[in-house]
Design a protein around this ligand. Structure first.
Ligand SMILES: Nc1ncnc2c1ncn2[C@@H]1O[C@H](COP(=O)(O)OP(=O)(O)OP(=O)(O)O)[C@@H](O)[C@H]1O
Ligand SMILES: O=P(O)(O)OC[C@H]1O[C@H](OP(=O)(O)OP(=O)(O)O)[C@H](O)[C@@H]1O
Length: 225
């Protein structure tokens, strides 16, 4: 094993461009990497590294099995996939929030604290791409729900009677508004994280430590600017 060589898994989709820009800024020049071609891996001999492009939800799996030493992944996906990987750094980009939402017409009353009273929704159905995060949130507030796993367009589910609620990512809030949905509870905030395979983290410790340090310094410089 070349303990200086890194295979880095990047997610196609919303997080790809920021991931490429950040890596290029810390000396792993990969600005030619893109998802427009069908090419899924890119050798970077000058950086002694390789980039592989994966579906965002598959990144923790590639890293857990060691097919990639490192991966860039949203905290939402990391929590949902629950793989045995090391979370090394919050990369700060790709900010989004997880919320519970439901149709405007069915929102529950509010408590004196200003929060919605969700207790009347016990045992209801929740459409989501994130059943683990959903169950864990509701069990934390003493409720049980039935998650219905979907792969996209969760907002449709309450509109057609598939579920009473959804748990999904909100960024601008436009998708909720356009489908007459209202946020009734925040769950958590997510940003992109750097994760590592646990064995690679030990075997390639110096290379990974130096990269983490460069990323940290780069992120701190950005905050100061
Ligand atoms: N509207 C959004 N605004 C900001 N970040 C988002 C938004 N939606 C998703 N994200 C973040 O980007 C990550 C990847 O989202 P993207 O939509 O590119 O892929 P996906 O379709 O969810 O993944 P997959 O194809 O594996 O199901 C999410 O896990 C989340 O961390
Ligand atoms: O608050 P907004 O800015 O409207 O963003 C929220 C939308 O973004 C995500 O969907 P995405 O575009 O990733 O589509 P998908 O559900 O098919 O993955 C999420 O699932 C919401 O539908």
């Amino acid at each position: 094993m070349d303990n200086d060589f890194l295979t880095i898994a990047l997610p196609k989709g919303k997080l790809l461009i920021d991931s490429i820009q950040l890596l290029s800024r810390v000396g792993i020049e990969c600005s030619h990497v893109n998802e427009d071609s069908r090419k899924l891996f890119f050798d970077l001999p000058e950086s002694n590294a390789k980039i592989i492009i994966c579906r965002p939800t598959d990144i923790p799996t590639y890293v857990e099995y060691g097919a990639a030493d490192l991966g860039f992944v949203g905290k939402d996906t990391l929590l949902e996939e629950n793989k045995d990987v090391a979370e090394l750094l919050d990369l700060k980009f790709g900010y989004c929030r997880f919320v519970v939402a439901m149709l405007e017409a069915s929102v529950p009353p509010k408590l004196p604290s200003g929060e919605y009273d969700l207790t009347g929704l016990n045992h209801q159905r929740v459409a989501t791409k994130f059943p683990r995060v959903t169950e864990s949130f509701f069990s934390r507030i003493g409720m049980q729900v039935t998650p219905i796993k979907l792969h996209g367009n969760m907002e449709l589910a309450p509109c057609v009677g598939l579920s009473e609620m959804i748990v999904d990512i909100v960024s601008t809030g436009k998708t909720l508004r356009e489908n007459h949905l209202v946020e009734v509870a925040p769950i958590l905030e997510a940003t992109t994280r750097l994760i590592a395979n646990r064995v690679a983290y030990r075997m390639k410790y110096e290379r990974i430590r130096d990269l983490v340090q460069s990323l940290r310094e780069c992120l701190q410089r950005e905050v100061r600017v």
